[in-house]
Design a protein. Structure first.
Ligand SMILES: Cc1cc2nc3c(=O)[nH]c(=O)nc-3n(C[C@H](O)[C@H](O)[C@H](O)COP(=O)(O)OP(=O)(O)OC[C@H]3O[C@@H](n4cnc5c(N)ncnc54)[C@H](O)[C@@H]3O)c2cc1C
Length: 468
């Protein structure tokens, strides 16, 4: 393919930066990814990605995009020790959303997952990027400034500092892509150049994650994963997934300032009332590997670059630097991957109005992720903010869908296809799903009520005890 520029520089070599570099490599003679951390050549947590020590699920659509950008990477992950699982046997996963435990019989054929820790996944992506001939990873370099034309209309490069020698390094570039994550300084740089900062949308979640890597002996748990979301009155939950090398990573979380204490005993106590008892027993008997780790995130935050009327040429922002979600929903890496595809699509039409085109296209998966995470968050009374009428109606409808998913694997499949970004959210509004949702409460009652029975425990508690 004919190149459209000489040099592109990406700031940050985490998932968004690496995937952006892959897209840029098709359109620029050379691509340099500048990263503050020394980059390991094996799976290892690092300072610039502290979330790497916490549970990281890659949604099915994210896995599809990785395979599209790096053919063969998914087989490689499995060959090297990641677990491939699918929804053929729903008894192998315990998934509780909005207080509904999804049915644990039958199959959800669209659902697949590659289970591994975040450093393992990132290392595989990094190795692929290292293998692209025109991409260089410049690690141990801290980006300190953008360089621009004197009228500030165009960004022309970056200034970085070598962290080992303290030498200044100036890199000129036709395009600079900021992938420095939630701490991105792009709004500050824009201000310094005389542009407005992007408007910011926030949902204040006051989330705390505490995680522990564990070794649970094989055969102790039938399930490969458990997810228990928060519900009104219980702003706590957990996730645990099997990972490479016979490890599992357990995360317990609290929102609205509810904080688990960072040790395994306290973590178990924190979720005692919502974790399946056999899971807690397995965790208590497991071998902890390393220390527990804590992460706090005040809000989900979306910087609305897509709404800006003026933006300098030669600059883009990508990944968490645009939008960082409540991580409970496992969306960030998939959205970063979809943004990398959006970047590729925009660049295939040249660089004219690139920023406007890119931010508009990137806003499509961001909006889907935002609606799938911010809306349910706003339905919790513990979270500040008034949901709009539309959000309230959607939440009522999704609750109906989840009610159907308590007994109907087809509803589970439809729901997971949307939350995994395989289908747009409108898929849930197709007549077959609306029909299922409309009849959900009635059918659930019929399924859970024995002939002539009444005064039974609630369906959710029946299901919980039957799977526990
Ligand atoms: C606790 C937690 C759990 C999560 N769980 C999931 C999950 O289950 N599934 C999922 O898909 N996503 C999850 N995410 C989100 C996911 O980690 C991110 O969306 C993903 O890493 C993409 O982020 P990014 O590459 O844009 O930024 P980051 O991952 O934050 O990376 C930014 C990079 O920029 C570098 N950098 C920063 N400043 C500079 C500088 N001045 N100079 C040079 N380099 C710099 C950093 O060192 C780092 O490498 C989670 C996030 C958190 C916080």
């Amino acid at each position: 393919m004919a190149k459209i520029g000489n040099h592109a520089v990406v700031l940050g070599a985490s998932m968004a930066g690496l995937l952006a570099a892959r897209s840029l490599s098709e359109f620029f003679e050379t691509v340099t990814v500048v990263e503050r951390d020394p980059l390991p050549t094996c799976p290892a947590a690092r300072r610039g990605v502290p979330q790497g020590r916490h549970l990281h699920g890659l949604l099915p659509r994210g896995a599809h995009v990785l395979e599209e950008l790096f053919p063969g990477i998914l087989d490689q992950l499995v060959e090297d020790g990641a677990h491939y699982v699918d929804g053929r046997d729903l008894s192998q996963v315990h998934y509780e959303a909005g207080g509904h435990v999804l049915v644990r019989a039958g199959s959800a054929p669209s659902f697949t997952a590659f289970l591994a820790t975040r450093p393992f996944l990132e290392e595989h992506v990094r190795a692929r990027v290292r293998g692209i001939a025109n991409v260089t990873l410049l690690d141990d370099h801290d980006v300190v400034e953008l360089i621009a034309t004197s009228d500030w209309h165009r960004v022309t490069g970056v200034q970085a500092v070598n962290r080992r020698t303290r030498d200044d390094v100036r890199l000129s570039a036709d395009l600079v892509v900021d992938a420095t994550g939630r701490g991105s300084r792009a709004p500050m740089w824009l201000n310094a150049f005389g542009y407005e900062s992007p408007r910011e949308d926030h949902v204040v979640v006051q989330l705390t994650y505490v995680s522990q890597l564990l070794r649970i002996p094989p055969g102790v748990l039938h399930e490969w994963g458990f997810v228990v979301g928060a519900v009104p009155g219980r702003p706590r939950g957990l996730g645990i997934l099997r990972s490479e090398n016979d490890t599992s990573i357990l995360t317990v979380f609290g929102i609205a300032g509810h904080e688990p204490h960072p040790d395994l005993i306290s973590m178990c106590e924190f979720v005692e009332d919502c974790a399946p008892p056999h899971l807690l027993a397995a965790v208590r008997a497991a071998e902890p590997i390393g220390e527990t780790t804590r992460h706090r995130q005040p809000s989900s935050r979306w910087r609305r670059y897509d709404k800006m009327r003026r933006f300098p040429e030669g600059l883009l922002v990508i990944g968490d630097a645009i939008c960082s979600f409540n991580p409970i929903y496992g969306q960030g890496m998939t959205v970063a991957a979809l943004e990398a595809l959006a970047l590729r699509r925009c660049l295939s039409n040249g660089t004219r109005d690139l920023a406007q085109r890119f931010f508009r296209l990137a806003a499509i998966p961001i909006r889907q992720a935002w609606e799938l995470s911010a809306n349910p968050d706003l339905s919790l009374p513990e979270i500040e903010g008034t949901p709009t009428l539309l959000t309230r109606l959607l939440n009522v409808y999704v609750d109906r869908v989840l009610t159907a998913a308590e007994y109907d694997p087809v509803a589970v499949d439809h729901f997971l296809r949307v939350t995994s970004f395989i289908d747009p959210a409108t898929r849930l509004l197709r007549p077959d799903m609306m029909w299922r949702a409309a009849l959900a409460k009635q059918r659930r009652r019929r399924i859970h009520q024995p002939p002539g029975g009444n005064g039974m425990p609630s369906p959710a508690s029946t299901l919980r005890s039957s799977v526990g």
